[in-house]
Ligand binder design. Structure first.
Ligand code: C5P
Length: 218
């Protein structure tokens, strides 16, 4: 069994930035599970499957083979043999991922892949249900959150830097909707594991959050 650090929290809490830094500092592998949900979202979007049609989503999972590889330490996501990593981080894919992640077949389709990655190596894995469902025996569990305002502003700046024009109020609305969906779904909802350390990063720097986490790694 590898040493497992689970980081869960809502959209835009800074999980991936922080998890990457912690992984680098400790020499662990960073596993971004959101990217796996996004990969399935790309598959459903390409197939033009309506996310409201849950039966169609459930049935289509079988045709999507998601694989993870590491190239120069960066996680690369393969969908049916094709590297689709560059297609994962946009709002359309994120929204689709958020919708379809409530479908039990979608979650089941990715669970073994996630468990297997953590079984054999030291990982920092981020997501929504890592501490509660995927790695309930994780050595360290962190629940990383921040206020809606802070998260929206961070996403706004991130998009602006990429040259994508966006509207702060729209982003806020989007984040709230995503939180609502992630927290209220029946299967593997977003919630803090009982044994997780809560970190609210609203008024913390990246360095402070990284330290707060690595302090828990012994
Ligand atoms: O974290 P990220 O925004 O990339 O995740 C995309 C979507 O995938 C989230 O909105 C969430 O609904 C879903 N997800 C999940 N469980 C995880 C990781 C992501 O349900 N472990």
């Amino acid at each position: 069994m590898g040493y497992n650090v689970a980081i869960d929290g809502p959209a835009g809490a800074g999980k991936s930035t922080i998890a990457k830094r912690v992984a680098k500092e400790k020499g662990y592998i960073y596993v971004d599970t959101g990217a796996m949900y996004r990969a399935l979202a790309v598959y459903f979007l390409d197939k033009k499957i309506n996310p409201e049609n849950l039966d169609a989503i459930a049935a289509a999972c079988e045709g999507a083979e998601v694989k993870i590889q590491y190239e120069q330490g960066e996680q690369q996501v393969y969908l049916n043999g094709e590297n689709i990593t560059s297609r994962l981080r946009n709002e359309e894919v994120g929204n689709m991922a958020s919708k379809v992640s409530a479908v039990p077949e979608v979650r089941a389709h990715l669970l073994n892949l996630q468990k297997e990655l953590a079984r054999t190596q030291d990982v920092v894995m981020d997501g929504r249900d890592i501490g509660t469902c995927v790695l309930p025996e994780a050595d360290v569990k962190i629940f990383l959150t921040a206020s809606v305002e802070t998260r929206a502003l961070r996403r706004y700046k991130e998009l602006e830097e990429k040259g994508v024009s966006c509207d702060l109020e729209e982003i806020k609305k989007d984040i709230k909707e995503r939180d609502e969906r992630d927290c209220t779904r029946k299967i593997a909802p977003l919630r803090q594991a009982e044994d997780a350390v809560l970190i609210d990063s609203s008024d913390m720097t990246i360095e402070e959050v990284v330290k707060a986490i690595t302090d828990n790694i012994v």
